[in-house]
Design a binder for this molecule. Structure first.
Ligand SMILES: Cc1cc2nc3c(=O)[nH]c(=O)nc-3n(C[C@H](O)[C@H](O)[C@H](O)COP(=O)(O)O)c2cc1C
Length: 396
């Protein structure tokens, strides 16, 4: 039978030529509260803007008359091949952008040959993602107040075959997202006239996402949370408050290192001393990240602090970077300043909100094409050939 929805999805996606187009397409589908939760930063959105400004400031010099007819974007990440130096960052709300959005993202990552990170707060269980998506899977962990519950999650991730654990360390306290107070969106979702009207104004989302959950698994919830905390999206927010550990220290990293034999990555490093501490604890990688400008609004832009961190721990751990990746040229800039690979958060989320798996695949292929083109312009035939030599003198 002719599927009108998927035909419309395909048409919408085929008209998206860059990540900004996917963002616009996704924006039209989603209730405002959810879109803003994804799209905006925190407080005055300074960190969000600075992340982009840092990428925009960096200039590169064209190199000419280099044979770039055979560019190979592939590299390895933690000892295994990837088709380009990119992984999908953990984002807790993909399951509200699209029905089982995490699964759609994971499938897109698997088909593109890059790793996918599943967030602790996802709406699809880690076992389901592992069973149905395949590919390279990383699990992101928020340490909980009751540490035993976190270690149970770690065990589940190991049993389900996740190859890497990302411990997010930059969320000492929840963020001050004033826009979500204004638009009435929160997780767990608390119904109000404002947000119910918002949902009613987006009937496609209502039908394709919310009603689909209600018809299958019920109201979306945090599927990876322990049963006693598995608050539905409409559940009591109080239960969540008990969850996150505000007391996490380097001892927790040490303990985690001893219980998790696989690849361990620390996400949310912005200071060289913290990078050094991480290396001393034996982590396999760090993500230089300010959480996409979503936590501390005065946070440094990641590209700005990258050279200092590379100087401190380069060669001793795998340095990844996220926060602000919107173009393939951004990937080249991050590599030129010493990152080994980057993670995309919103770029692929915009894709999934515009068109599920196909939309996420579109986002990855846009970044890939732009990466290839930029490499050709700077005279590099692979990510490994990128160095500070491609930068304008002022940025090198
Ligand atoms: C909607 C949304 C939800 C997120 N949820 C999480 C999360 O649950 N855990 C986490 O470690 N990072 C989370 N992040 C941060 C991302 O992993 C990543 O650091 C950030 O999105 C990178 O910036 P970018 O969006 O500019 O690419 C989230 C980001 C967004 C946009």
């Amino acid at each position: 039978m002719f599927d009108v929805w998927s035909a419309l999805d395909k048409r919408r996606i085929s008209r998206c030529y860059n990540i900004a187009d996917l963002r616009s397409a996704g924006r039209r589908r989603l209730p405002k509260g959810i879109f803003e939760y994804v799209d905006k930063g925190t407080e005055d959105a300074i960190a969000l803007a600075n992340n982009r400004a840092a990428f925009e400031r960096v200039k590169m010099r064209n190199r000419v008359l280099v044979d770039v007819s055979n560019i190979d974007l592939g590299t390895t990440l933690f000892g295994k091949p990837v088709s380009l130096p990119l992984a999908i960052a953990p984002t807790g709300i993909a399951g509200l952008c699209w029905y089982e959005g995490e699964l759609e993202l994971a499938k897109a990552a698997a088909s593109a040959g890059i790793p996918f990170s599943l967030a602790t707060g996802s709406n699809t269980s880690m076992e389901k993602v592992a069973k149905e998506a395949g590919g390279r899977l990383w699990f992101q962990l928020y340490m909980w107040q009751k540490r035993d519950l976190s270690y149970e999650l770690v065990k589940r991730a190991r049993d389900a075959g996740y190859e890497a654990l990302i411990l997010t360390v930059d969320t000492a306290l929840g963020a001050n997202r004033e826009h979500n107070q204004r638009n009435g969106f929160s997780v767990p979702f608390r119904p109000s006239t404002r947000n119910i009207l918002d949902v009613m104004r987006h009937p496609v989302w209502l039908q394709q996402v919310l009603l689909r959950y209600l018809a299958t698994s019920g109201m979306p919830r945090h599927e990876n949370y322990p049963r006693e905390y598995q608050a539905r999206i409409t559940g009591d927010a109080g239960s969540k408050k008990d969850l996150r550990a505000h007391s996490m220290t380097w001892d927790d990293v040490e303990k985690l290192r001893s219980v998790w034999p696989g690849t361990l990555i620390l996400k949310g490093i912005l200071h060289r001393d913290d990078a050094c501490q991480a290396v001393e604890r034996g982590v396999d990688g760090i993500v230089v990240s300010n959480h996409g400008g979503r936590n501390m609004d005065s946070a440094s832009a990641t590209l700005d602090v990258l050279p200092e961190i590379v100087d401190a721990v380069g060669g001793r751990t795998t340095i990844l970077l996220d926060s602000g990746i919107r173009r393939g040229s951004d990937i080249v800039k991050a590599l030129a300043l010493g990152a080994y690979s980057v993670l995309a958060g919103r770029a692929t989320l915009y894709g999934v909100m515009a068109g599920g798996q196909a939309g996420a695949e579109r986002a990855i292929s846009i970044l890939k094409d732009e990466l290839r083109r930029t490499l050709a312009y700077v005279g590099c035939r692979s990510p490994a050939e990128v160095s500070s030599a491609v930068l304008d003198q002022a940025d090198a």
